[in-house]
Every structure is written in structure tokens, then in C-alpha cells.
Ligand binder design. Structure first.
Ligand code: ATR
Length: 246
């Protein structure tokens, strides 16, 4: 991993080849800037407004966003048929939520409710993605979570709200559908309080580490010409590495 200060990011990206790189993954806070700097970006990156994977093709710097495929590939692996839900609820309206909204739209989910601490951010997201869903995106309040959860078959947390041990309590999940899938994109800790609460209710849960692994697959293929497989062994290797760096 290379720490690049925001002020150094433009020259860093422009000089990628000269520095000996074939490409890379980009993370917070550079994803939006990367989108504006690449020579070619695909539709996904355009809709999401952020690039997390870059690679060189001849003289062109190409960019895409693999957060959304990372999310949907992980869901396919852990909860096959997940896209057959009618209503999905997303907690959060940051960069990760944008990628996930794109994944939901691409997989044909019709109805989405967004809840975010800062409501105008959720409203902006609802406007940006309006054309991709059959029904208008609903923006709900934290205070009315039970109504927002009512009957929903898929809940996705994209916020860091429950990352701290002494953070806010996990909301009551009982209004969700009894067959709901609960997905948390947070992977530190692997078992988040939200996932634990969902398991207590015997709901299907999907953790965030798989999304991290799956989002890296297309990048690796662009850089090295080999499409890696996300396996249990790979997952265990990363888990051990995370434990060593705690
Ligand atoms: P990312 O790219 O990972 O989505 P981000 O763009 O910083 O990161 O977004 C973080 C999300 O977590 C936002 O939806 C943020 O809410 P705000 O838009 O109100 O900032 C949400 N978030 C972070 N900490 C939170 C907290 N303590 N309570 C509720 N929401 C929180």
C-alpha cells in the first residue's frame, strides 16, 4: 500500500507507468479524483462517479469501478438468488453506497430505500440513480427504521456506525421479512454487531470480506492477465494477515 497525499495524487497517477506500475487499486479519498483523471472510464465508473481500479492500455490510463461487482459477486457466492427480493434497504449514502446502488440496479432490484444520517446526501443519491430503478428511490429517516425495514428482503449496511464497540445499538430487525438477507460491507470486525443480530434472528448474513476479495479480481486480471479465484484458502490467508496486523 502506498500513502499518497491528496495534493500529490494527480502527478502520482499521471506517472504510473514511469514509476514502474501496471495499474492499481485506489481507495479513500482518491476514488472521485481518479475518475476525473483517467483517459477512459467505463459506464459503471461513470454512474458511480468513482474509479477504484486503473490499468494501462498502450498509452491510455483506463479506469473502472469494481466495488459493485465485488458486492454482487460476493452476494452470488454467499446468498445465491439474493437479487430476487422486491425491496432493498441501504444504510448510508457514501461512495460505497453508490457502488451498491449500481449493483442493485444492474441486477434488476425494483425498489430501494436509502437511510443516511445526513439526509441531503441520501436525496442526492436518490436523484443520481433515479433512472436506473423501476420505482422511485425512497429516502427514509433513521427515526423511522421500522417502517423502512417493513417487509424488506435485503438490508445492506455501508456505514461505519457499528464499527466501534461502544457505538450505537443495532436497530430491531424484526420488521424485515423473515427470509431477509442482511449484508454488512464492514469487515473489521469480521462478525459485526449487525450480522450477529441478524444471525440471532436466523436471517441469512453476508459479511464484507468477500466483497473486498471479489472486487480485486478484475483488477488482478487487467494487471497480470490471470483471473484469480476467490477460494476458502485465499479468504483464510487474508484473515490470518488481518489478525497479524491487529
Ligand atoms: P464510503 O466510501 O466507505 O461509503 P463515506 O463516503 O465516508 O465512505 O461514507 C460513510 C457513510 O457512513 C456515510 O453514509 C456516513 O453518513 P453521513 O453521510 O451522514 O456522514 C455514514 N456514517 C459514518 N459514521 C456514521 C455514524 N456514526 N452514524 C451514522 N452514519 C455514519
Amino acid at each position: 500500500m502506498i500513502d499518497v497525499a491528496p495534493g500529490d495524487f494527480t502527478p502520482f497517477l499521471r506517472n504510473l507507468r514511469q514509476a514502474g506500475y501496471v495499474g492499481g487499486n485506489i481507495t479513500i479519498p482518491h476514488k472521485e479524483r481518479a475518475f476525473s483523471l483517467v483517459d477512459r472510464a467505463d459506464d459503471a465508473a461513470g454512474h458511480i462517479g468513482a474509479v477504484n481500479t486503473v490499468w494501462l492500455e498502450d498509452d491510455a490510463l483506463c479506469g473502472t469501478n469494481t466495488d459493485w461487482t465485488g458486492f454482487s459477486d460476493n452476494m452470488d457466492a454467499c446468498a445465491p438468488g439474493w437479487e430476487q427480493v422486491e425491496t432493498a434497504v441501504i444504510l448510508g449514502a457514501g461512495g460505497a453506497a453508490r457502488g451498491i446502488l449500481y449493483a442493485l440496479a444492474t441486477r434488476g432490484i425494483e425498489r430501494v430505500r436509502i437511510i443516511n444520517r445526513t439526509r441531503p446526501r441520501a436525496e442526492a443519491l436518490a436523484r443520481d440513480f433515479a433512472g436506473l430503478f423501476a420505482s422511485p428511490i425512497e429516502v427514509c429517516e433513521w427515526q423511522s427504521l421500522p417502517e423502512a425495514f417493513a417487509g424488506s428482503g435485503l438490508l445492506i449496511n455501508t456505514t461505519s456506525i457499528w464499527m466501534e464497540a461502544d457505538g450505537a445499538p443495532v436497530p430491531d430487525l424484526s420488521p424485515l421479512s423473515s427470509r431477509a438477507i442482511v449484508s454488512d460491507i464492514v469487515y473489521i470486525p469480521l462478525q459485526t454487531p449487525l450480522l450477529a443480530a441478524a444471525q440471532e434472528r436466523k436471517l441469512t448474513t453476508v459479511g464484507g470480506l468477500g466483497m473486498l476479495l471479489h472486487q480485486a479480481v478484475p483488477g488482478f486480471e487487467h494487471w497480470f492477465g490471470i483471473r484469480p479465484e476467490v477460494t476458502e484458502d485465499l479468504r483464510n490467508l487474508i484473515v490470518r494477515d488481518m489478525e497479524n496486523h491487529r
